[in-house]
Design a protein around this ligand. Structure first.
Ligand SMILES: [Zn+2]
Length: 185
């Protein structure tokens, strides 16, 4: 089980590496890593489990954040209206995206960043992605809003990019052209 002590923080070289693509079939360890990443995000959203193990809540966790430089991340986004988005993505790619951008009005956070970072992080408003599941089956999905932002945040981790790299350093709250702001509750 992944705990906060297993998650590397900013400054750790794993967060700045280009992660390696995986090949199928996965090894038992790689499969376990995928299950562990997804388990963490699920557990972190469970009031009892997160309190017991002092887990910081998150909706996504990427392999480089636990010092494994491979192209894999997990997302778990409960949605009352739509179906819960919950999957492990391996060798994920954005295959197309909107011209329109979006950003969280409250900025982004990250389990590897133990501080508040102010500023807007521009993201594509809508994306079409492809990735492989743990069994090597390719899947394609379309995301918008929270899921689109979260997917782009996690994908960045596989390329050594942190969310604050996208923030305008001179003016963190500068309006982002062609963007519809996204309010998080
Ligand atoms: Zn992150």
């Amino acid at each position: 089980m992944i705990l906060m002590k297993d998650i590397v923080r900013e400054g750790h070289p794993a967060l700045r590496k280009q992660a390696h693509a995986l090949s199928f079939p996965l090894t038992d360890q790689e499969r376990q890593l995928g299950n562990d990443l997804l388990e963490y995000v699920k557990n972190s959203q469970d009031p009892d489990i997160s309190e017991k193990h002092h887990l910081r809540a998150g909706i996504g966790l990427a392999a480089p954040q636990v010092n494994e430089s491979v192209q894999m991340f997990a997302l778990h986004i409960p949605d009352e209206k739509a179906a819960t988005i919950s999957f492990v993505a391996i060798n994920p790619k954005i295959i197309s995206h909107s011209v329109e951008k979006t950003y969280f009005t409250s900025g982004e956070g990250c389990l590897s960043v133990d501080r508040e970072v102010e500023g807007f992080v521009p993201r594509y408003a809508r994306i079409t992605i492809k990735a492989f599941d743990l069994d090597g089956n390719e899947f394609k999905k379309r995301f918008k809003g929270l899921a689109a932002i979260a997917f782009q945040h996690e994908l960045d981790h596989l390329n050594g990019i942190m969310f604050y790299d996208h923030i305008n350093q001179e003016n963190p709250y500068e309006e982002i052209p062609n963007a519809t702001p996204f309010e998080r509750d």
